[in-house]
Structures are given as structure tokens and as C-alpha cells.
Design a protein around this ligand. Structure first.
Ligand code: NAP
Length: 308
């Protein structure tokens, strides 16, 4: 087994992402000790039953004390409150990271609370499922998935290198980018697709002329794929939209314009435009499959670890 990357790794929040990190870190000996902390006693108890860590506490102060790496694995809206509570108890030289799906807001929430001796290296593994909670995790969730790091210029290169090494050991491919750029890219590749899924599933279930049972009974594959995405954790996704408002609204503006163009093509029977558009989008899916980020297996690779 390779040398552990961290002596005392503290995971705050032990849902899908936290438990997947814990399982992989334990499996491959990436930390000498894994400390798990979460808000609700039931969740902490379940994490212990599952053997996800070595130590368990609902006291953040106790959890972070002496840790050389703390990773926040909670909804993005919780970061400021957690950072404020943990800051006085952090060890000198600690690396503070997170897994949040939005990055600028996370930096703004955590940074003001950290002392100069702490190194903030935010991260976002682009891997997930629509499941949540400590039972949902699995050690291979991050295999062959990207993990994006968004450290600010001037962050200790050693700290960035350690987090990079950690995510590579999780099975991920790692890239670095500016937090604002991250938020714009993810707005279009992940956040807006979720909003569309939440919207279409809501619209279908609200339609008066189509009964609920018909929606379920005759759900075609396109709609079924949307329902999978729309089953994602409501709190996590509420926080994503509250904390990536600007980028989402900007990209949504573009999306609405493009949708209007398609609407016009449908109205005027412009088959050429529709076919040309659908041919282009088909190529994009082929590109994603070629890049190893999706399978061309039937059923749209359902069961794969899609970023949600
Ligand atoms: P999850 O399964 O719902 O787990 C969330 C965890 O956060 C639970 O342990 C929960 O603890 C804890 N928590 C919730 N509210 C809290 C609060 N106010 N204070 C302290 N702890 C709190 O969520 P997840 O899917 O692992 O997502 C965690 C983070 O990963 C989010 O920031 C999300 O944006 C990011 N992410 C998710 C995905 C995905 O596909 N799911 C992918 C990439 C990144 P209790 O049960 O004790 O309340």
C-alpha cells in the first residue's frame, strides 16, 4: 500500500460524496486516521455502522482538531457556518478543501474565516448519482471522472499538490481552473440541465390533460432520463441555484434564445434547421463517449456514475 497522503483526514458531512471519499481513502490507506463529523446523530451513527471512518463526532471542534486535511462534504450553503465554527480549532498548516458543485461562493464563504496558516484548496469531483446519504457511497465513484480544483493564485503549491495527489488516488483526473470559470462551465454542463429536468418533470405532472398515471405508465426514455436527474437531492440543488445565481441566469438567457429558435423551426416546419441542429448535438454525445466520460451501452448507460 502507498504511504498515506494525510495523517488525520477530517470529513465534515458524510452523504454520497463524503462516504465515497471515506470508502476509497480507507480501502487504499490514503489517510492514517479518518475522522467523520456530521450534523445529525442518526447520520453519524449510520456512518459508524457502515465503518466509514476511524473516529466519529458531532462536534466540529473535536473533529478538526489536529487534522492536516479537512474536507467539507455538505451542501454549498452550509460552508460559511461550518467554516466559522471550525476555524478556531484548526491546526497550523491544515489544508481545507470541499467538494461543492459551486466554487466562487464556497471561496467567499470559507476564506474570511481562515487564518494565514491554513491553505484553502477548493475542489469539485464531477461524479455523483441521484442518491444521497451515507449508504449511497461507493469506493469507485470517482474512477475516471474529473475533479476540478480552484485554488486562488498564491496558494501553497505543496497544498495544491497534496489535494491533487489525493484526488488522483481517488481515481480521478484532475484539472485546475479559476472559480468563476468553473461556475460558468458547470452552469451550462450541469446546473441548467438539472433545472430543465426539474422543470419538465414538474410540467408533465401538472398537465391537466395527461393524468399522473399516464405520465408514469407511458414514460418514454427521454422523460425517464429527466426523472432520474430530477430525483437528485433537493437541498443540494437548492443551494447550487442560490449560490451560482449569476452564471445560471446568464446561461439560461442563452438557452432561452436557442430554445426560441428551435420553437420557431417547429412552428414553421423548418426541417432542415431541426435536422442540422440534431446532427450537431449527436456529434457532441459521440465526443463525450470518445472521451470516456459516458458509455454507448444501451439504455444510456443508466447505472453509470453520472455527475448529477
Ligand atoms: P448528501 O448525500 O445529501 O449529504 C450531505 C451531507 O451534508 C450529509 O452528511 C448531511 O448530514 C450534511 N449536512 C446537510 N446539511 C448540513 C448542515 N446544515 N450542517 C452540517 N452538515 C449538513 O449530499 P452529497 O451528494 O454528498 O453532496 C455533498 C456536496 O457535494 C454538495 O456540496 C454537492 O454540491 C457536492 N457534489 C454533489 C454531487 C452529487 O452528484 N451528489 C456531485 C459532486 C459534488 P446530516 O444527515 O447529518 O444532516
Amino acid at each position: 500500500m502507498p504511504e498515506p497522503i494525510f495523517k488525520r483526514l477530517c470529513l465534515i458531512g458524510i452523504g454520497l460524496i463524503g462516504s465515497s471519499i471515506a470508502l476509497r481513502a480507507k480501502r487504499d490507506g490514503l489517510a492514517e486516521t479518518i475522522v467523520i463529523s456530521t450534523r445529525r446523530k442518526e447520520t453519524l451513527k449510520r456512518a459508524e455502522e457502515l465503518g466509514l471512518g476511524d473516529q466519529y463526532t458531532d462536534q466540529i471542534s473535536e473533529a478538526v482538531a489536529g487534522a492536516d486535511c479537512v474536507i467539507l462534504c455538505t451542501p454549498v450553503g452550509t460552508c460559511a457556518a461550518i467554516a466559522e465554527r471550525m476555524a478556531p480549532h484548526l491546526a497550523d498548516g491544515v489544508i481545507v478543501s470541499d467538494v461543492g458543485s459551486v466554487k466562487r461562493s464556497v471561496v467567499e464563504q470559507i476564506k474570511p474565516h481562515l487564518s494565514k496558516t491554513a491553505h484553502l484548496v477548493p475542489g469539485h469531483p464531477i461524479a455523483g448519482t441521484e442518491e444521497s446519504g451515507p449508504d449511497a457511497g461507493f469506493a469507485t465513484l470517482f474512477d475516471n471522472r474529473w475533479c476540478l480544483l480552484t485554488p486562488e493564485t498564491g496558494t501553497s503549491p505543496d497544498a495544491v499538490m497534496k489535494i491533487r495527489k489525493f484526488w488522483e488516488a481517488m481515481g480521478s483526473m484532475v484539472d485546475e481552473m479559476d472559480p468563476d470559470h468553473h461556475d460558468r462551465v458547470l452552469a451550462v454542463t450541469s446546473h441548467i440541465p438539472h433545472l430543465i429536468a426539474y422543470n419538465i418533470v414538474g410540467t408533465a405532472s401538472d398537465l391537466e390533460e395527461v393524468s399522473q398515471s399516464e405520465v408514469i405508465k407511458f414514460s418514454a426514455s427521454g422523460f425517464r432520463d429527466f426523472t432520474r436527474i430530477a430525483a437528485s437531492d433537493p437541498v443540494m440543488w437548492r443551494d447550487v441555484f442560490l449560490h451560482n445565481k449569476d452564471a445560471v441566469l446568464e446561461m439560461l438567457g442563452r438557452f432561452s434564445e436557442d430554445l426560441s429558435a428551435l420553437q420557431k423551426a417547429v412552428r414553421w416546419g423548418d426541417g432542415d434547421l431541426l435536422q442540422e441542429h440534431f446532427t450537431k448535438t449527436r456529434e457532441i454525445r459521440r465526443g463525450i463517449i470518445d472521451a470516456g466520460q459516458e458509455t454507448d451501452a444501451p439504455n444510456f448507460g443508466r447505472g453509470q456514475t453520472d455527475e448529477t
